[in-house]
Every structure is written in C-alpha cells, then in structure tokens.
Design a protein around this ligand. Structure first.
Ligand code: FES
Length: 115
C-alpha cells in the first residue's frame, strides 16, 4: 500500500466540494481530486475527465456522482465508472480513509468497485 497523505481535518473540505492534490505532491504525477460527497463520505478520483481535458473537481457533485463541467459526463465517485456519455472510460480511483477526524489519501491505492 502506498503511503498516506494527511489532507487535514474533515471540516477543511465542505460537503459538495472537492480539493485537488497536485501530481507533484501526491507522488503519482497526476492531479487527484478528493471529493466530499453528499453521503458524507470522501472519495478520490484522478482529476481529469476521461472524455477530454477537464478538471472533475470543477464539476458538480450530485449524491455520490460528479458531473464533468465541460460536456456533462457523470462519474461514480465510489468506483470511478463513467455513468453516461460522452465519457466511456472509468476515472482512476484512490483510497481515502477518515482517521481521527483527518482525511487520509492513499495515492495509487485503487478502490474496489462498491456499486
Ligand atoms: S471533457 Fe468531460 S465530458 Fe467532455
């Protein structure tokens, strides 16, 4: 398992919002978006829509999905699965754990599908 990155308190990312951890900070070379979903949980996806180039962190969170701000493809925050066109390829997931009130990101530790 990769080393965890402490992103700070759960209160630092409001529900319905996302925080981007740049690739040079998370060690993967690719930006990762950590979402505070409307189910109260935290999820992480690579911060790039798999359709074209767009930041998913700039999109809209609805329940446990995020809608791309450019062409409105939706991705499941739990599995990364593309839920509708125009995206057909899943976004890469990373494990997130809340530990003692802190959000811990495990880059390169994919999440098994939970849908
Ligand atoms: S760039 Fe995201 S749906 Fe097209």
């Amino acid at each position: 398992m990769s080393e965890a990155i402490n992103l700070g308190s759960i209160d630092d990312i409001d529900e319905g919002e996302a925080k981007v951890i740049p690739g040079d900070e998370n060690g993967t070379g690719e930006d990762i978006a950590v979402f505070h979903a409307e189910d109260g949980n935290f999820y992480a996806l690579n911060d790039e829509c798999t359709h074209e180039t767009a930041s998913l962190a700039d999109g809209w969170i609805e329940g446990t999905e995020v809608e791309c701000p450019v062409h409105s493809a939706k991705f499941c925050l739990k599995s990364g699965q593309a839920m509708c066109m125009p995206a057909t390829i899943a976004a890469r997931t990373h494990k997130v754990v809340v530990q003692d009130g802190a959000v811990m990101l495990y880059p390169n530790c994919p999440v098994a599908a939970q849908v």
